[in-house]
Design a protein around this ligand. Sequence first.
Ligand code: FAD
Ligand code: SF4
Ligand code: SF4
Ligand code: SF4
Length: 346
Amino acid sequence: MSKEKLGFEHLEANVIDSGKCCSCGGCEAACPIGAIELQNLSPTLVKDCTKCEFCWKSCPRMIADYSTIYPVVYGENVNRDPALGVFRQAYALRNADESIRKRAQDGGVVTAILLHLLETGAIEGAIVSGIHPDEPWKPKPMVAMTRTAIISATKSRYTRSPNLVALKEAMKELKLKQVAVVGTPCHIQAIQRMRLAPLKKVDRTVVMTIGLFCSETFKFKELMEDKIVGELGIPLTNLRKLDIKGKLLVYPRGAEGSLEIPLTEAQGWIDPGCHGCKDFASEFADISVGGAGTPSKWSSVLIRTEQGQAVIEEMITKGLLLQDELADEGLNRLRKIATPKIKTSH
Ligand SMILES: Cc1cc2nc3c(=O)[nH]c(=O)nc-3n(C[C@H](O)[C@H](O)[C@H](O)COP(=O)(O)OP(=O)(O)OC[C@H]3O[C@@H](n4cnc5c(N)ncnc54)[C@H](O)[C@@H]3O)c2cc1C
Ligand code: SF4
Ligand code: SF4
Ligand code: SF4
């Protein structure tokens, strides 16, 4: 007797209703009949479910054991750093183009890689987190298909961005055949889960994944509206940059330096979907990038796959990325940041 298939209700019961959803958008991208839409960041069934099982098989919050994903990314028998995952090379890098570096969050490495992939024809578009046209600092998933669009997405928004909704647009509406995906570890986990499901079209279309290091995201209302606008009196149109360096740093436009919010205060604004997340260093990406472990305006870069290594080496050779050593001290700092997330959760 064949086992009864489980549909959207399985995802609802195990992830959405129990507050574990991190709004990655993976289930919306995975559903072959377009039955799921994220409404107010929550996956909602908008037509009858055929119980194909792809949504919950793609969901990063349904992963019982991360080791099921390792072989998909790295092959068998690999040495895994317990805190940072499998990597073949670690670099400190920065974008050689100073004008982009100035706009970027850290070294502008993510933007440099995307521009290189686009300009060499390796991708037709990049799945990124852009900015909402009417709401400053509200993340808006975007398929960036031009240099201008990729550059417009620079800097980090420390609030939820369901980037994979844009993967659906890229595949189903724009019919792109080759894209790169930028995302936090949960976005990248969802991509690898889709490969395992197996969603062959995703496997073929996503030719490069660039994962960001990630400690958490915060609720938009509490951080952006109540704290930054309400309490600190900074209109979001006047906010230049946010950063996390042991504390939350708020940089207003036209002012020297930053205002500081202790992370102890920010704890209460952490998005509930981030509780229980154990991946800091985007373990399942081709290339992982973060700001910790390197000086300001440089990026720590972990290369995990052969194709990731080929791209970075080519960019260094062409002078598009400037290179420094990511010394053991930098790697150990990263391990120190990653370990508590792996051992516990918020
Ligand atoms: C929510 C979040 C938490 C982070 N936490 C840490 C941390 O604890 N420690 C650390 O070292 N680094 C962290 N990072 C990574 C860091 O902030 C930079 O994104 C990274 O160093 C790349 O810098 P860059 O200059 O190369 O990126 P840029 O060239 O400026 O490009 C930034 C890219 O980030 C994407 N992006 C922006 N906001 C989001 C979002 N909310 N979700 C998904 N994608 C987004 C954009 O699409 C853009 O392509 C975090 C990033 C995010 C988004
Ligand atoms: S992916 Fe399949 S199981 Fe999930 S909602 Fe869509 S049709 Fe239903
Ligand atoms: S975590 Fe992602 S895949 Fe899972 S239910 Fe939420 S949006 Fe869907
Ligand atoms: S902490 Fe985990 S779940 Fe939350 S945004 Fe980062 S990777 Fe996603």
